[in-house]
Design a protein around this ligand. Structure first.
Ligand code: GAR
Length: 196
């Protein structure tokens, strides 16, 4: 699992693993690209193994090579981006084809990039949500696995909206991981199809 910040999605997934909701899934290693990520302190509390590879000022491919080596050392099968605010190099994506998942706080393809919740709020959409997708070489673009929609309320501001989206993220990510871990799916073009 790769994080850069508070790691609330990581915590939600770890809790679901603990409660038995994600059979066969375990977190092999949590990697942060910043030393100050609050999620790292949570890893210590939860007893999750963690590592830091600082990305600031380093060429992307060089930093990614360290991360890939660490993931391989831990024999990971799936790479879960959980608030990892760094683009992956083509080498990283090629190292784990269709095995990297990301969560994004909008209904893609609407509002890719930074501050998706604020973008949706400012645009005035009436429905938004979150998307879990496979990562490909384009930003917030890969095949969609799960989406959850919520209404934008007249009483919302970007903060209340973000909080309600985050609640959905915490469920949607585990649902997507369970689906992918089960292997019961196929990808046809841009479509993720569940087999049963
Ligand atoms: C989440 O809202 C996630 O969707 C978003 O960052 C937040 C991380 O929160 N990711 C992106 O915007 C990626 N484009 P967390 O650290 O508490 O999981």
């Amino acid at each position: 699992m790769l994080i850069s910040g508070r790691g609330s999605n990581m915590i939600a997934i770890a809790n679901n693993i603990r409660s038995g909701a994600l059979p066969g899934v375990e977190i092999a290693i949590v990697i942060s690209n910043t030393a100050s990520a609050c999620g790292l302190a949570v890893c210590r509390e939860l007893g999750l193994p963690s590592a830091v590879f600082l990305s600031k000022g380093r060429p992307r491919a060089e930093h990614d090579a360290d991360v890939i080596a660490c993931l391989r050392q831990h024999n990971v099968d799936l790479v879960i981006l959980a608030g990892y605010m760094r683009l992956l190099s083509p080498e990283f994506i090629a190292a784990f084809p269709n095995r990297i998942l990301n969560i994004h706080p909008s209904l893609l393809p609407a509002f890719p990039g930074l501050d998706a919740q604020q973008q949706a709020f400012d645009y005035g959409v009436k429905v938004t949500g979150c998307t879990v997708h496979f990562v490909d070489e384009h930003l917030d673009h890969g095949v969609i696995i799960v989406q959850r929609a919520i209404p934008v309320l007249d009483t919302d501001d970007a903060k209340t909206l973000s909080a309600r989206i985050l609640k959905e993220e915490h469920e949607a990510y585990s649902e997507a991981i369970a689906r992918v871990a089960s292997g019961d799916y196929e990808i046809q073009g841009r479509r993720y199809i569940k087999r049963n």
